[in-house]
Structures are given as C-alpha cells and as structure tokens.
Ligand binder design. Structure first.
Ligand code: SF4
Length: 292
C-alpha cells in the first residue's frame, strides 16, 4: 500500500515485506529511508498516544444514558504506529460498516452499531453512544473485532499476513481478549497450507465460512485475503509472486499445492459482504438501513 510517500509496490527490495511496514520501520529509525530505490519517503516522528485503559464517561448529567468510551490500543513502550489505517478501513467496509477516512488518513470516522466511533492513527479510539453503557461496550467490542487484524505488532511492526509468513509470534493478545477473539494460529496456518497466494479468494471464502460458525480465526483469514488482494491488484512481477509463494511454502516447509486453482470461483468483496449479512454472524451491523 502507499504510505508515507512510498510507492506501494510491496516489493521486499528494502528488506521490509510491505511499504507500510517499511514506513513504520523507517519512522522508528530501524530502516534507512534510502533503502527504497523507488521513492524518497517523507517521514515524521510517529504519532503514538500513551497507553490507557478503557475509560467510560457519562458526559451529560441530564442524559445519563449517553456514554463515551475512550481507549488507547497502544502498549507500553510502543515504537511503531499502532494501527494500519488503510487495512482498518478496508476491514470496516468489508463488514458493511460505514467508515470514512479523515485528516489525510489520520482519523477514521465510523458508525458501528448504535455508536459513532473515531479511530486515530495514534492508537486512540473514541466512541459515543446515546443508548446505554452496555450498548456502548457492545459496539466497542464489535469495533475491536473488526480492526484487530490491523493492529500493528510492537515486536516487529508487522501485520498478521507478515507474522504468518515469517513465523512470528503475535503480540495482540490483550486486544483479542477485550474483543472476545480466540485465535489458534496453528489453525490459521493449516487453512493457508496448500493455497497459492494469488488464490486469495480461497482464504476469503474460508474466512467467511468460519465467521459464520462463530470461529474468530475467520477474521484473520479475511484480513490476510484482503492484504493479498491488495498485493495482486498491483499486478506484481513474477519475482514478487515467487517470493510470496516461497514465503508461504517456506513457512509451511512443504511444497505449495496448486490443486485449488481450478475449483476457485472469484468472489468479489461485495458478494462476500452480501453473504456475510445473510448468515448468523455476530458483530455485524444487520440493522443498518443505509449500506454503503
Ligand atoms: S523497496 Fe520497500 S518501501 Fe520501496 S516499494 Fe519496495 S517494499 Fe515499498
């Protein structure tokens, strides 16, 4: 993806697996801006809030049902921008949440359930709900569920796709707990096994099926599929596809099978959203009357 003045080729030439991760590493001083042969990035100090626990506020005494929630996703000692805003907005839109990017991508404004939510690139989330505290908390949980795959690991600046490829350990357990997400990474890895990266629709399909069965691993498969889709939309050269394929098979330590290719039906994202809304899925905004 294009980020901080980088071209968005996700080509690995600088040593980072994507431009967004390269930008995070450059901002943290762990990768030279000259490492990218295609562009000279404009870098600023990353804007990261201090870690804070969830605070529930009742701002108006005459309307005690109105609730505001403030939360920082940031962990103590965070050094990388804590959230990938581009992936967040794609995930929110995927789950039929109306969300828009503001302030040059630094803020996402979204209607989630019955709450209005602002998600800041610094890692802060502000939520306002005029129904009740419980309704606010329910919507916060939904919000965290949707954007959890876009939370940047503070061990290495990677997102889930990169963690899976490079066999890293994820650091987002505390957020998963708040969002009610239970993940079995081995299970996610077995879902990827045998799938060629350019057949990312298989992962999308499998992710949707798992979400319908209330299995949160589906969320990660959907996010990996969205990331892969973005890579392949750029029509990457064969070398990059080979690197990606080797990364998948290298992780799995087995030859990549190709027998899924012929049976794959290309599923458009809008089609996937329609299917997800048909099913018995928690944390979707079924009551919305004004879908995007
Ligand atoms: S070299 Fe790195 S920053 Fe430059 S386009 Fe490739 S992945 Fe992106």
């Amino acid at each position: 993806m294009s980020w901080a003045g980088l071209p968005g080729y996700d080509c690995w030439l600088c040593g980072a697996p994507s431009c967004s991760t390269a930008a995070r590493l450059m901002e943290a001083g762990e990768l030279s801006p000259e490492s990218c042969p295609f562009s000279k990035p404009v870098l600023r100090k990353p804007w990261i809030t201090e870690p804070t626990p969830i605070r529930i506020i009742h701002p108006c005494p005459s309307e005690p049902q109105t609730t505001e929630i403030s939360l920082s996703l940031v962990q103590k000692g965070a050094k990388y921008r804590p959230i990938d805003m581009d992936l967040s907005i794609e995930l929110l839109n995927f789950f039929a949440v109306r969300a828009r990017s503001m302030a040059r991508g630094q803020i996402i404004s979204a209607d989630i359930g019955r709450s209005s939510v602002q998600i800041y690139a610094s890692g802060r989330i502000m939520l306002r709900n005029e129904i009740s505290s419980q309704s606010a908390l329910d919507d916060l949980k939904k919000c965290l569920f949707y954007i959890m795959p876009a939370v940047v690991c503070q061990n290495d600046a990677y997102l889930f796709l990169e963690e899976i490829i490079y066999k890293r350990k994820v650091c987002q357990e505390h957020l998963m707990e708040i969002a009610g997400i239970k993940l079995d990474l081995n299970d996610i890895r077995s879902a990827i096994e045998g799938v060629e990266p350019e057949n990312y629709e298989i992962l999308l399909k499998e992710g949707i099926n798992r979400i319908k069965k209330l299995d949160s691993t589906g969320l990660i498969l959907i996010s990996i599929s969205i990331e892969l889709r973005r890579v392949f939309l750029l029509n990457p050269p064969k070398e990059i596809v080979d690197v990606l394929r080797r990364s998948f098979s290298g992780y799995l330590e087995r030859e990549v099978k190709s027998d899924h290719r012929s049976s794959t039906r290309v599923m458009k994202l809008s089609e996937a959203v329609a299917r997800i809304l048909e099913g018995d899925i928690p944390a979707t905004d079924k009551n919305r009357t004004d879908p995007e």
